[in-house]
Design a protein around this ligand. Structure first.
Ligand SMILES: *Cc1c(COP(=O)(O)O)cnc(C)c1O
Length: 388
């Protein structure tokens, strides 16, 4: 039997045709597909501007730079995330710090954030930017984080790499009502894919322009942005900032645009799988993901929390059993500050107790568009045997 991954892309003939069309066109990069994809996603979110990049990691980097993050600044994020949510601060020469999670939502705890802000204010070390992550697609308490941002003066980047297609208080994730910038990822395990790719969404035109500049070497070809030069010299572009080559290709954008047509289907399918899991796992000694009443998760991931007071096996034994049964479960995530690179920066075990407890009890089981009910039954049966 084929192994079942924890997540995977779904590519149709029409996705393939949209990529072939670009390959047969004049522009493989910097053509019409990138702005079309940007507009499509910004419109979907109900936001003003989309800036496509070659990854969400790049999007987080230019988002931090656009908000002025640099040496001497501090950026806060959650420890239960992919390393990119924290690395972006280090790229800018800033320091990074972590706010513990809420044991129910697994997202950054607003209570811990409030307490940490009070302490930081006393020592004059308030964060410049806070990066909440909508873990597994479950939206963070953005209203609470936004209110603290108003009180303490920090900017907010939503890392919505898991959350495209989700809703918070009946509005799409990405509308930036409670943030300065929202970042999406289109890696193949995410909800829609461009192979590699990301997008930064913002309602602030200046931030959008800055991110566009940074994604392409800091080069502008708009005369109004150029420095004046003698009239007889030819200057059709100028480098006015230090940027990068973080551009998305038209090949990727065409795939993204084609995938956008099925985004709502992808989310609906995930919701169907999740309610089936919730039901069929209800008498297992595991805790299934919590769903806030005021939000609609995109269900990028389905982490189960093993109740070790009722299970004899260790987390490692359950993990190994499932992998050997061809259920390619994963762990989302090892608290970032326990990564060897971060330990070298001085972080130690015990720093965020709820994050560490979550990490020691959790396993992500498969959830993706192509998962059939038969496959799902195989996953459930394997879990039953793993903890028997
Ligand atoms: C996948 C992911 C990223 C990075 O996305 P890339 O597009 O692979 O760079 C960042 N943050 C989170 C939470 C992610 O899951």
């Amino acid at each position: 039997m084929n192994p079942i991954p924890y997540g995977r892309q779904d590519i149709t003939e029409s996705d393939i045709q949209s990529v072939v069309d670009v390959l047969q066109s004049d522009y493989l990069t910097q053509g019409p597909a990138v702005p079309a994809f940007e507009k499509c996603l910004a419109d979907y979110c109900g936001a003003q501007n989309g800036v496509a990049l070659n990854s969400a990691t790049s999007a987080l980097h230019v988002a931090c730079l656009a908000l002025g993050v640099g040496k001497g600044d501090v950026v806060w994020t959650t420890p239960v995330t992919f390393v990119a949510s924290a690395n972006c601060a280090l790229y800018c020469g800033a320091d990074v710090d972590f706010v513990d999670i809420d044991p129910c939502t697994y997202n950054m705890s607003v209570e811990c954030l409030a307490n940490k802000l009070k302490l930081a204010e006393d020592v004059g070390k308030l964060p410049k930017v806070v990066i909440p992550v909508h873990l597994c697609g479950q939206p963070c308490d953005m209203a609470g984080i936004f209110a603290l941002g108003q009180q303490y003066g920090f900017k907010i980047i939503e890392d919505a790499s898991h959350a495209i297609g989700g809703k918070y208080k009946s509005e799409p994730i990405g509308n930036c009502r409670y943030s300065d910038i929202t970042v999406f990822s289109f890696h193949p395990v995410k909800i829609i894919t461009t192979a590699e790719g990301g997008m930064a969404i913002t309602n602030d035109a200046q931030l959008a322009n800055k991110m566009r500049l940074l994604r392409s070497h800091g080069i502008t070809s708009s005369p109004e942005d150029m420095c004046s030069r003698p009239q007889q010299e030819i200057w059709n572009y100028q480098q006015i900032d230090l940027g990068f080559n973080y551009r998305m290709t038209d090949i990727q954008a065409a795939l993204g645009l084609s995938q956008m047509a099925r985004l709502d289907n992808f989310i609906a399918k995930r919701h169907g799988l999740v309610s089936r899991y919730n039901q069929l796992l209800s008498d297992f000694p595991i805790t299934t993901p919590w769903q806030s009443q005021d939000s609609h998760s995109s269900y990028h991931l389905y982490p189960i929390r093993l109740q070790f007071d009722k299970i004899k096996q260790t987390q490692h034994e359950v993990y190994k059993f499932l992998r050997e049964a061809g259920i390619l479960v994963n762990l989302h995530y090892i608290p970032v500050y326990l990564q060897p690179y971060y330990e070298k920066l001085g972080f130690e075990k015990g720093y965020c107790p709820e994050a560490e407890k979550y990490y020691s009890e959790t396993i992500s089981i498969p959830v993706y568009f192509g998962l059939t009910e038969d496959m799902q039954d195989r996953v459930i049966e394997s879990i039953r045997r793993a903890i028997a």
